[in-house]
Ligand binder design. Sequence first.
Ligand SMILES: Cc1cc2nc3c(=O)[nH]c(=O)nc-3n(C[C@H](O)[C@H](O)[C@H](O)COP(=O)(O)OP(=O)(O)OC[C@H]3O[C@@H](n4cnc5c(N)ncnc54)[C@H](O)[C@@H]3O)c2cc1C
Length: 553
Amino acid sequence: MANVKHMKWWGWGVEGIAFTYDNKPAFAPFVKKAVGLELDGSAGSSVSFSDLTLPSSTIDQAFLAELGAIVGTDNAIVDDELRLVHTYGKSIRDLLRIRASDLPRMPDVVVYPADEAEVSAVVSAAVAANAVIIPFGGGSNISGSLEPHPGEARVVISLDLGRLNKVVSIDEGSGLARIQAGAQGPFIEEQLGARGWTMGHFPDSFTHSTLGGWVATRSSGMQSDKYGDIADIARGLRMVRPAGIVDIRPVPSASTGPSVREMILGSEGRLGVITEVTVQVHRTPEVREINGYLFPNWEAGIAAMHEISESDARPTVTRVSDARESGFSFATGKAKTGFDPQKVLMAYLKRRGWDLEGINLSFIGFEGSKSHVAYEKKIVARIVKKHGGLGVGKGPGVLYDQKKFDTPYLRDFLLDRGAAADVSETAAPWSRLNEIHDAVYAAANEAYEQIGTPGWIMSHLSHSYHSGACLYFTFAFVHGGDTAIAQYDVVKRAIQQAFVDHGGTISHHHGVGREHAPWLEQDISTEGVALMSGLFTAADPKKNFNPDKVITY
Ligand SMILES: Cc1cc2nc3c(=O)[nH]c(=O)nc-3n(C[C@H](O)[C@H](O)[C@H](O)COP(=O)(O)OP(=O)(O)OC[C@H]3O[C@@H](n4cnc5c(N)ncnc54)[C@H](O)[C@@H]3O)c2cc1C
């Protein structure tokens, strides 16, 4: 069997790692206050694989043998757990549906090609048989980008790129690395790091997502302020199509008509299978540091991030959490014995007249030579001070850096105990960020009233650009069991609508999939959707490539 590791079928990450609130005394009271959920130390209720009802595979032996002849019989697999892992991504909707056995259509077979030639052969065989091909990276998307259409009558192949996982070569003279599309974050950085390079792309899902998936969803990492989004980082591409390979060479910029590279970015498997990407890489910096700052309120934090984006400083991360999200961060802190610097700091701020409930916690990252980092930190310190903020040093930044990939486990913990939590993000001009923030809060709170349960919403700004920034919202509520997805839809719809109504996009970095497709027309206009639809129809007239995503039937 293919030696490709997958996440748990029922949640985030790998078996054996889970969120715990041991030694986090503020966590249980925080959850009680936020969503009314009583944490009593019990393990909660999870789901066992044998409780699920799964539809059988519809692939016939002859086609399975044909695929097996291309990739090896061990790499064309009909196995229920593998099929399940390849059905959905990791949104709360996906996790709720799995727990409810809401699985109308699963892939019939999971195929693991070893190289581009095998991808091409599988694509040819699949198109000849009029089968559906769904490229699979790490399965971490939260936009419904993988699931087969419930009524799909044709054979559905999940084409897992997990064996295409090598850094092929590095052009050290240009800072370009050729990397296979199925490589996951840690493996890429390990390979590059060993030769003194970094790609600088660190999405929160870094540990379980792939280069091909990042490109296919237009991903953005937490250090995008310096390194760019994947759309900036990915310079060259190779994508398998039924009639051949699209080969976009890694030139720094080009004036060659509408950009085919851009058409592939965000295509979510609808145009073909990406096998290789040439990315920009940078020398590992001499200094890497994330510092903590506090602001007395949200408006001050946003104004400071805006001013930093216009300054001579070019931090890697500019992030500020609103008061609610800051409260959440404080609540997940470990208990201290003896001297507690946080307590001392809070006492100091109180003396200076700060409203402790209104504190906004910020992280700003710096990379480069010692002198460059010192120069940037000086600029940032001046701006933070101007907006009434305060630097609190490296300590909180070190903690943030260590914990940043652990947060997703919390969602499974809450789900086991009856609470649904998920995220929605947007990007908008600087001039509209405060308006969007307030509008989303109002929309979510109205939605909670509508579904009749107390709910939680919190937000941070991340990913700053010249003209605006990304706002990222996390929401949670105790769900009503069978009605959980309907309740989730009410909240999610309210938030997405508030984005478009107030000048934001429906998705800054999570793609469209099926989840955000209903708002696409409001975002890019009717004619915009018509253009995109024309591209998909011309490129894939029989809808063999991951149909029903981005633009749905
Ligand atoms: C806890 C959590 C945190 C997250 N944090 C971030 C974040 O910080 N930034 C961010 O950008 N996203 C984030 N995401 C979303 C997700 O990780 C991204 O969308 C990621 O880019 C998906 O990559 P993947 O390899 O898992 O792709 P998959 O989920 O396997 O696939 C996603 C889509 O891409 C297509 N695809 C995958 N590989 C290929 C290929 N080789 N060729 C053609 N199409 C392909 C699939 O068909 C599908 O349509 C997060 C998700 C979770 C659950």
